[in-house]
Design a protein around this ligand. Sequence first.
Ligand code: ADP
Ligand code: MG
Length: 229
Amino acid sequence: MALIQVENVRKKYQLGQTEVEALRGVNLSIEKGEFLSIWGPSGSGKSSLLNIIGMIDSPTQGVVRLDGTSINGLSDKEITKLRNQKIGFVFQSFNLVPVLSALENIMLPLQIRGEALKVAAEKAMHRLEEVGLSNLAKSRPDHMSGGQRQRIAIARALVTDPSIVLADEPTANLDSETSQNIIELMRELNERDQVTFIFSTHDQQLLDSVKRRIRIKDGQITAEQGEAE
Ligand code: ADP
Ligand code: MG
């Protein structure tokens, strides 16, 4: 059974009188442990698709199944719980909370889950060590470089031990050397723990590093390279 099954998903946005069809019948099956990228020009529907897979947004039509279970029929509360259990997010602009330290940022998803502060701090510290930044535990994001911020964001995405990490253009704001380091870090975590990584990108460097590429254009998948392992 696929980890993620996207079936005939359509997404329409209403902008005043105008309707935008961001996704026009997307079908996609993703297995556990994949390291794959959805790529295509700006406006092609990459973020819409990631947001729907991540249950941040719901499809206008179609079904998304996680471990075989459709998320369509779930209540908001069930969706929030499932998202917190299964999915970690990494964003282009890092989305760290500026008034919190690195460690506190990483602790947040665990606190949302209601874990004890001490346990949350220990888990967060462990993830911070993993991304090589334990010396910055008390630093705030605005004192850090882009690469450091993205490492913190990756630690935050992984602190709940999710099975899926969704990363929307994670290297778009980084120079190529920093990007390469971030990509290698994610690849290691993918190999070691079989965490499924799904990227949206148009960064060639990231595209060269993935095992599977799915091309999207005008809300439709147009081509695929590389096979699910
Ligand atoms: P990408 O991530 O590939 O740049 P998006 O998924 O962000 O593409 O956008 C796909 C299309 O949907 C674009 O035409 C965009 O303008 C439109 N769109 C995305 N989000 C919204 C929204 N919240 N409201 C209205 N239109 C949107
Ligand atoms: Mg986007």
